[in-house]
Design a protein around this ligand. Structure first.
Ligand SMILES: *Cc1c(COP(=O)(O)O)cnc(C)c1O
Length: 364
């Protein structure tokens, strides 16, 4: 099956690819061209709509989701600052690495992989942290961590949230939940190719920016003079024009379908997939009540694998014979779970039906 077949599988509402491909074909304007600036402003408006925020500093960082993580951390954390970080998967671990490279003191709050973090544990971990950081949707385990209670109890701390796999996929309320800094990615539930990291920052966080962040490229005070509408636009770095066209188009598709409808589509697919797996005797890995619809983690039953085929072999057959890519486990659950992403334009019932039928054929 060709790449094109896979990407275009499942046309219908919520498939941004026709628009995204057209967007990549648009003439590349200069990064200070008034027409491009207007399109950037409109992209940032659309991001405010999907993030559910009024933050003026809302824009796509010019690199993937991990750069959004780094951009938010380096601007509020330096030597002498304390950050509480929730860790129940790969991306919480990555936050600890990034924060310690900023010179900050890291207070870890761990939960078992597959379990959700207890918001109260994060609030109790330190009497006066500058930042509390948590991953909303842990892509490595399929677990959703609750954000609203942390925002409600954060006191003077800034709340920093990884929304890479939640934006567009599940309800997310930056302003109503009291989130001060958040970053996302284009290639997860928004269904746009990888390359940008939408970021949003509250006025309270801007007030507490470190004076000189340890990254020149990701210094949000400098970038703000280019991305924030109102004042004179000042060159910082050349915006990746075509990627911003693509994100603008992809967000347009999301808003045209309606954010709530997009989330409902993700939920319906996750529900059908998880029920289908349970019907077939599989055990879901993520804690009940905290399961992400867009990322289903399931324990691999070794006794169910056909003669001569290991779990990677099953994934290989899904890809080569059915055009379906599912993920293997990461870290401590490598080889023990499958992670099935059903997000963005791939979140459609027919894909779930096909996957379940393909598993029936391969596993017998
Ligand atoms: C994918 C992902 C990231 C990293 O994004 P990249 O685009 O790969 O840099 C960060 N956090 C979470 C939760 C993710 O799923």
């Amino acid at each position: 099956m060709s790449h094109a077949d896979r990407i275009l599988m499942g046309p219908g509402p919520g498939n941004p690819y026709p628009q995204v491909i057209k967007a990549f074909g648009r003439p590349v304007l200069g990064h200070l061209d008034p027409d491009f600036i207007a399109l950037l402003d409109e992209t940032n408006d659309r991001l405010r709509e999907v993030f559910r925020t009024a933050n003026p500093l809302t824009f796509p960082v010019s690199a993937t989701g991990s750069a959004g993580m780094e951009a938010t951390f380096v601007n509020v954390l330096g030597p002498g600052d304390t950050v509480v970080i929730g860790v129940n998967g790969v991306f919480g671990e990555r936050m600890c690495d990034v924060a310690s490279r900023c010179g900050a003191t890291v207070v870890r709050v761990d939960a078992e992989w597959g379990q959700a973090l207890d918001p109260q544990d994060l609030l109790d971990a330190h009497p006066d942290p500058k930042v509390i950081a948590v991953v909303h949707a842990e892509t490595s385990t399929g677990v959703r961590n609750d954000i609203a209670p942390i925002g409600a109890g954060k006191g003077d701390a800034l709340l920093l949230v990884d929304c890479v796999t939640s934006l567009g996929g599940i309800p997310l309320e930056i302003d109503a939940w009291g989130v001060d800094l958040a970053y996302s990615g284009t290639q997860k539930c928004l269904g746009v190719p990888p390359g940008l990291s939408p970021v949003t920052v509250s006025a309270a966080a801007i007030d507490r920016f470190v004076e000189k962040p340890q990254s020149w490229y990701l210094d949000l005070q400098m970038i703000a003079r280019y991305v924030t509408s109102g004042g004179e636009r000042a060159y910082h770095h050349t915006a990746p024009i075509s990627m911003i066209y693509a994100l603008h188009a992809g967000l347009g598709v999301v808003l045209e379908e309606g954010l709530e409808n997009v989330q409902a589509r993700h939920q319906a697919c996750g529900d059908k997939l998880q029920a289908g797996l349970v019907d077939r005797g599989f055990e879901l890995f993520a804690q009940e009540g905290h399961r992400l619809p867009e990322l289903t983690s399931v324990l691999i039953p070794p006794g169910r694998l056909p003669e001569g085929l290991d779990e990677a072999g099953v994934r290989g057959r899904l890809l080569s014979e059915y055009g379906i890519e599912i993920g293997g486990g990461l870290g401590p659950v490598a080889g023990k779970v499958w992670r099935i992403g059903c997000m963005g334009h791939t979140a459609r019932i027919r894909n779930v039906t096909l996957l379940l039928a393909a598993l029936d054929e391969i596993l017998g």
